[in-house]
Design a protein around this ligand. Structure first.
Ligand code: DQA
Length: 147
């Protein structure tokens, strides 16, 4: 099964960005650990990172065109602002799981407490770092096995 991981703005700076919140793991380490887990579970995973909202939308369309089994989406700050990404998730025929490294709902900035995209996603995993991604992969594997 094919799964696309989409990481949004500033996630490329993991490891140096606000390490008190996001931890010390670098972006490359995160990707390697996702790939390692996918390999163990016989999942064909592709990981993309972009700082641009429109590219996130193009990647969601790409997952649809490729008939992928699922998308794991960390839309980063676009989570809290993007109706265009919400619409793109609704427009595609691919289940999308929302993930976050931190738990935005418990952070101090009020704007993080609302996820615009959450109602369009089948599930959300927050506050678990790498594990948010791995749990998302497990949910998508479960869907595929149930089909
Ligand atoms: C994030 C949480 C968002 O609020 C923030 O804008 C990010 C990262 C996370 O993974 O914890 O950039 O999505």
């Amino acid at each position: 099964m094919d799964i696309l991981v989409i990481n949004g703005p500033n996630l490329n700076l993991l490891g140096t960005r606000q390490t008190d919140i996001y931890g010390n793991k670098s972006y490359e380490e995160l990707c390697n650990e996702i790939k390692h887990y996918a390999e163990k579970k016989a999942v064909n995973v592709e990981i993309q990172q972009t700082n641009l909202e429109g590219i996130i939308i193009d990647l969601l369309h790409y997952a649809h065109d490729k008939k992928m089994a699922g998308v794991i989406l960390n839309a980063a700050a676009y989570t809290h602002s993007s109706y265009a990404i919400y619409d793109a998730i609704l427009a595609i025929d691919v289940p999308v799981v929302e993930v976050h490294i931190s738990d935005p709902k418990t952070r101090k900035e009020a704007f993080r407490h609302t996820s615009i995209i959450e109602p369009a996603c089948i599930k959300t995993f927050s506050g678990e770092g790498l594990n948010s991604y791995l749990k998302a992969m497990d949910i998508l594997r479960g869907l595929k096995n149930a089909a």
